[in-house]
Write a protein that binds this ligand. Structure first.
Ligand SMILES: Cc1cc2nc3c(=O)[nH]c(=O)nc-3n(C[C@H](O)[C@H](O)[C@H](O)COP(=O)(O)OP(=O)(O)OC[C@H]3O[C@@H](n4cnc5c(N)ncnc54)[C@H](O)[C@@H]3O)c2cc1C
Length: 437
């Protein structure tokens, strides 16, 4: 096997495949995708529901259909895909992997793209009290068992967490003949996409209990009962509000964690807010020539956005492999967050690398009605965007024109959200201040 590649991509999910295809399209010579599973496509292979590709293909596809389009495209473009191979380490641009077929292999890429996706939080991560019987699954594991292995995981189900995977599994279990008794969410709002609340819960009459959590699990061998309690504004259970569900299964949809063990081992700094690598505008990490994209950088709700972000990373990796470098004296803005914004990606923008415009993705920490998003430099707002509705479960994207960036003052840009009420308050304050003078 050849040891040297222009671009090596770790992970053959939608992020890795899109990055590899666009690296090839941008002129990279040898591009290799390394995937630990026995087929490429990542998490999409178990998402047999439709709803993928509405933005990118303008069609409603299932997960495997969306993935297979990229696998076909990769093959057509001459991307090499190494399956059943686990990447063990990335040191600089050296990639060490192992597989049953090839044993230990050491490869070198002129550029490397990290696209390892994320994994689910488990019961241990959220500390649910009670017995430890069988019948407690993360929603994604249950999805894999049902959709790939063909096993029915339970008959009477309670779901903890209202993330998209939980909502999709509520519908999936119902279609397979199970009774989903409740979907329980700790927060006062649902964490999934609006379309999934309607299509997966409301259409099937599945009750959603907001501001509730699971406070006990009972069962000797298999789950027999799950206790659900209401929580107060401090998120602590309120005594006397317990409801007991007779069920045999508890599904957990309580968040995803980017799989960054390789990134950390490579010494690449991570952002505590995203739990992914700090990235520049073209998805390059703080390690020159190492790029990162998809769920390993920040958790996405829609695969179309994973594709768009990863194409950017692939194109930039191809340019790096061809010897293109951002000048050392490039003007760098660090991107900060304020007022309801929980994180931003990228965390830094190099002006010299921005061609016409650059995108910033972020999430908010609460449900907001009419609001204004501001991107501010040291002194003023350089651009604003209006939104009628924002929610933590839906990633936001804004595009900042290069011409406005080049006029920005200072070295920091701050992305902030001003809900309309606070705008009104500010307006009232300004007026009151004016009257005093
Ligand atoms: C259950 C679920 C339902 C979803 N439903 C929808 C939906 O309805 N519509 C929609 O648009 N989006 C949906 N999404 C979101 C979308 O599918 C994901 O955002 C997308 O799959 C992320 O792509 P990725 O390539 O970053 O990660 P993944 O798809 O997770 O791919 C990462 C790949 O990297 C591989 N890998 C990891 N570590 C290594 C290693 N060390 N060596 C080799 N390979 C490695 C993994 O095996 C995996 O194949 C859903 C996501 C989930 C989890």
């Amino acid at each position: 096997m050849e040891q040297k590649y222009d671009v090596i991509v770790v992970g053959g999910g939608p992020a890795g495949l899109a990055a590899a295809c666009s690296a090839k399209e941008a002129g990279a010579g040898r591009v290799l995708v390394i995937e630990r599973d026995k087929e490429a496509g990542g998490i999409l292979n178990q998402c047999i529901h439709n709803g993928f590709g509405l933005h990118y293909f303008k069609e409603e596809l299932t997960g495997p259909e969306y993935a297979s389009r990229f696998v076909d495209m990769a093959k057509k473009l001459g991307v090499e895909i190494l399956l059943d191979t686990m990447v063990l380490s990335v040191e600089g641009h050296q990639v060490t992997a192992c597989s049953t077929a090839q044993g230990l292999i050491c490869l070198e890429g002129s550029a490397v793209v990290l696209a390892m996706g994320c994994r689910e939080r488990t019961r241990g991560a959220v500390a649910i009290p009670g017995d430890r019987p069988s019948g407690i699954f993360t929603a994604g594991t249950a999805q894999r068992y049902m959709n790939i292995e063909g096993w029915m995981v339970g008959r009477r189900v309670v779901i903890l967490g209202s993330g998209d995977i939980g909502l999709i599994m509520a519908r999936r279990m119902t279609l397979e003949g199970a009774k989903v008794l409740a979907c329980v969410e700790l927060m006062p709002y649902c964490n999934g996409l609006n379309r999934n609340i309607v299509q997966c819960l409301e259409d099937y009459g599945i009750p959603l209990y907001l501001s509730h959590t699971v406070t006990n699990v009972e069962g000797l061998h298999r789950v027999e009962k799950v206790t659900v309690s209401q929580v107060g504004p401090d998120r602590k259970p309120i005594p006397g509000t317990e409801m007991v569900f007779d069920c045999d299964t508890l599904l957990l949809s309580v968040g995803l964690i980017p799989e960054n063990e390789l990134t950390q081992k490579a010494g690449i700094p991570l952002d505590p807010a995203t739990k992914g690598a700090y990235v520049y505008e073209n998805m390059e990490t703080r390690e020159p020539g190492v790029f990162s994209c998809g769920n390993v950088v920040h958790v996405h709700d829609l695969v179309d956005f994973v594709t768009a972000e990863s194409q950017k990373a692939g194109k930039a990796a191809a340019a790096y492999a061809a010897g293109v470098r951002c000048p050392e004296n490039a003007r760098v803005f660090s991107v900060k967050k304020a007022g309801c914004v929980t994180y931003t990606v990228p965390q830094a923008i190099r002006l010299e690398n921005v061609d016409k415009r650059t995108e910033i993705s972020f999430r908010v920490n609460q449900v907001l009605g009419e609001s204004v998003i501001e991107v501010r430099d040291a002194k003023k707002a350089i651009c604003t965007f209006k939104r009628e509705y924002m929610a933590p479960g839906e990633m936001e994207h804004i595009t900042v024109p290069e011409v406005l960036l080049s006029e920005a003052e200072g070295t920091e840009l701050t992305v902030m959200v001003k809900p309309q009420e606070s705008l009104r308050e500010n307006a009232a304050d300004v007026q009151a201040g004016g009257e005093k003078q």
